[in-house]
Design a protein around this ligand. Structure first.
Ligand code: KG4
Ligand code: ZN
Length: 345
């Protein structure tokens, strides 16, 4: 079974071709970062227009590099939501047109399910059940995953997502957009210097007694510091480091709590923030004695891409091909729970 994957939920145009037994055959990605950086965030209308410009050339390129013809495809998986309505519509209409022309199903995939299974693109995927820490620009969730479409939400952010907090803090430090990777680089540079950090930021909701998160207060704490001190490069590095340590401490401790509460010893960490080196290092250090196996996507598949959508579509297809309906709707706001209920009807 060969599935084409299409991702256009935000500012990355991703296309991939996935073979259900041979794995990922190839993929292409175009990032719109440069277009949006002047505005300090994603401009939805510009995002939609740019997806239109790039989707066909990337498809052609991916077909060529994989030596696959359109007629070889068995299904098309596209991100149906959540995301920016206009951007999603580009992928949905493109997928629907192709599916009508080729007479093959178009599968609407939930973006978070794509992230959730992105480590399955690697050679040694986890077995069910596992705990998933989903940390992206729009979501921060801890979940118990029992199978494709069988999820139990254990906790989530009550305000900003982890990636959003990285981006907003980076903006305060003048690091551009999206600032997550730049902030992390600055924080790591401070660590390497071996100097003592004079700043200690709060660990929000660490002792809340549940598995929820809150990150908006951290951004305010950084704003207070940035108003108080002259923003020299040294101070910026120190603040970046203090911020990263606070976020990582909370993400690590809540993940460990989820593993302990459920007795599950496999952890999947996915979404853009899973690319963070310091997080990976901290999780490894703190779970060493627990015998936990941790699974990450490959670096290139941490942030948005078409490969994870093709894979999620392929998993859905294998689970129940009867469920696949051709539809041309998008769901800019879409709870993973609703998706699960709809698909198990
Ligand atoms: O999963 P993703 O591509 O988009 C959403 O679905 O939201 O995640 C993007 C987010 C951005 O907020 C970006 O700043 C963050 O992931 N990010 C990072 C790192 N790389 C990407 N945050 C911290 N450290 C990184 N190395
Ligand atoms: Zn994403």
């Amino acid at each position: 079974m060969i599935v084409l994957g299409i991702e256009t939920s935000c500012d990355d145009t991703g296309i991939a071709i996935y073979h259900s037994t041979r794995g990922l055959l190839g993929h292409g990605l175009y990032s719109q970062t440069l277009i949006h950086s002047d505005y300090g965030g994603v401009v939805p209308e510009l995002a939609s227009r740019d997806h239109i410009r790039h989707i066909l050339p990337i498809l052609k390129q991916t077909l060529k590099s994989t030596n696959i013809k359109l007629e070889n495809l068995h299904a098309i998986a596209f991100t149906q939501g959540p995301g920016l309505a206009g951007a999603l519509l580009v992928g949905a209409s493109f997928a629907s047109a192709l599916s009508f022309a080729l007479k093959i199903p178009a599968i609407g995939v939930h973006h978070l399910e794509g992230h959730l299974f992105s480590p399955f693109l690697s050679t040694k995927p986890p077995l069910f059940p596992f705990i998933a820490l989903l940390i992206s620009g729009g979501h921060t969730q801890l979940m118990e995953v029992h199978n494709v479409g069988q999820y139990k939400l254990l906790g989530e952010t009550v305000d900003d997502a982890a990636g959003e907090a990285f981006d907003k803090t980076a903006k305060l430090l003048g690091l551009g957009y999206p600032g997550g990777p730049a902030l992390s680089k600055l924080a790591d540079a401070f660590s390497m210097s071996g100097k003592k950090n004079n700043f200690l930021l709060p660990r929000p909701m660490l002792h809340s007694g549940n598995l929820n998160f809150s990150f908006s207060g951290l951004k305010t704490a950084v704003l207070t510091l940035s108003n108080k001190y002259k923003m020299t490069q040294k101070i910026k590095m120190e603040i970046a480091h203090a911020f990263q340590e606070a976020v990582i401490d909370v993400l690590t401790k809540k993940s460990i709590e989820a593993l302990k509460q459920t007795g599950i010893n496999q952890l999947v960490v996915a979404g853009g923030v899973s690319a963070n080196k310091r997080l990976r290092e901290n999780l490894a250090n703190h779970t060493k004695k627990m015998g936990t196996s941790i699974f990450y996507p490959r670096q290139e598949f941490c942030t948005d891409n078409g490969a994870m959508i093709a894979l999620a579509g392929s998993l859905r297809l294998q689970k129940n091909s009867q469920l696949i309906k051709n539809n041309f709707t998008v769901k800019p706001r879409w709870d993973l729970k609703e998706y699960e209920i709809e698909s198990n009807k």
